[in-house]
Design a protein around this ligand. Structure first.
Ligand code: F6R
Length: 363
């Protein structure tokens, strides 16, 4: 049932205020706004290292969480693509844990990586959407995302549910490690609880995004840029466009631009930049100016403060102002909508893109 929408993906994008709220309510007590899940069982209190292993969009969720674990819990995190991790001889944490992020809970490489860690005595934590799946059952600790069934092959609501759960886990780890005071934690929790409302608000950019999507259909290559916690989001935005609109796209760290990819920029090259205002904003904008000076057609996804500081000459998409912990979750929505509307204009099979399967159970 598509609930009156053209595609499951469209329905799932618009469901995110509810799927995020549902997921957060799994972790946060409505009564005292504290964490309700057994944070002590995660083994992160005295850990010196966390490894996070996943594939595709789930990997980008883990890559975003790295910024949170480092910032809020002072915990060293390594993120790995499961198909690489399992065939290396990774040095496993002696005093740490391994986190596996998966919507389906059946991704063959992620499951193999989990089994490898278990066999070697590493504590395993699964952040999984399908509760009866292999990863959910086999992980020492199963932390659920409550996105509900995701039918569209391209992950949308599962991704924001993963980010929501991971934000809670990182903050709880920070509290248990004494990095965050009770007051700081409570403040962050309040900001997390605002995310469903902020996602509702950011949906208002849809008509503007649709216009931008129409223009993208004329292009063969699109560059996505981000810095800090928006770097993994740039890669996720690019993946969405590739998989459903069949347009080549690359996500890059804004600061890496001048080390190569800026050579690709010519008159009219579309560059999508996600940069709500934060302490890195000025740095990102200077990269934006560099590509704009070479003729790039820049779309800047930012908030009111960023829009005020950015200057003219860009397509600006204004998202609501939010706390840093909420920014990458809220900013994911314009990127999902951009890929979705571009795919609709291209006439692709949005829910069943070619060559792709919802759950990759082969290696
Ligand atoms: C992209 C997408 C895939 C999955 C990846 C992992 O939109 O859906 O990249 O994220 O195949 O799948 P799970 O999360 O089921 O392990």
């Amino acid at each position: 049932d598509k609930a009156g929408r053209r595609h499951f993906m469209e329905k799932e994008i618009h469901e995110q205020p509810e799927s995020v709220a549902r997921t957060l309510s799994q972790y946060i007590s409505a009564v005292d706004e504290g964490f309700t899940f057994p944070a002590g069982e995660l083994g992160l209190k005295n850990a010196d290292r966390l490894i996070a292993v996943a594939c595709g969009t789930a990997f980008y969720a883990g890559a975003t969480a790295k910024y949170w674990f480092e910032r809020y819990a002072r915990l060293a995190v390594e993120v790995d693509i499961a198909s690489e991790f399992r065939y290396r001889q990774p040095a496993l944490p002696q005093n740490g844990a391994a986190l596996f992020v998966s919507q389906s809970g059946e991704t063959a490489d992620t499951l193999a990586a989990l089994r490898h860690c278990k066999e070697n005595g590493v504590r395993t934590i699964g952040v999984v959407n399908v509760p009866e799946s292999s990863i959910a059952r086999e992980a020492d600790v199963h932390l659920r995302t409550l996105a509900g069934p995701e039918i569209g092959v391209a992950s949308t609501k599962a991704y924001t549910a993963q980010l929501s759960a991971l934000a809670c886990i990182a903050l709880a780890a920070g509290a248990s490690r004494g990095v965050m005071t009770a007051e700081e934690t409570a403040d962050k929790v309040r900001h997390l609880l605002e995310i469903p409302r902020l996602i509702n608000e950011v949906m208002q950019v849809e008509p503007k995004i649709e216009e931008l999507a129409r223009a993208l259909t004329r292009h063969k290559d699109v560059l996505y840029l981000g810095r800090g916690q928006f770097f993994p989001l740039a890669m996720e935005g690019a993946l969405k466009l590739k998989e459903i609109a069949y347009i080549h796209a690359e996500g890059y760290a804004a600061g890496e631009l001048k080390h190569g990819p800026i050579a690709l920029i010519e008159e009219g090259t579309p560059v999508i930049v996600t940069a709500p205002w934060d302490e890195l904003f000025e740095k990102t904008i200077s990269n934006v100016q560099e590509v704009a000076a070479r003729g790039a057609d820049v779309t800047l996804i930012t908030d009111a403060k960023g829009a005020g500081l950015a200057g003219d000459g860009y397509n600006v998409v204004v998202m609501p102002t939010c706390d840093p912990i909420a920014q990458p979750i809220v900013a994911a929505i314009p990127l999902q909508l951009l890929a979705y509307h571009t795919a609709v204009f291209m006439g692709t099979d949005v829910d069943q893109p070619r060559n792709l399967a919802k759950s990759v159970t082969v290696e």
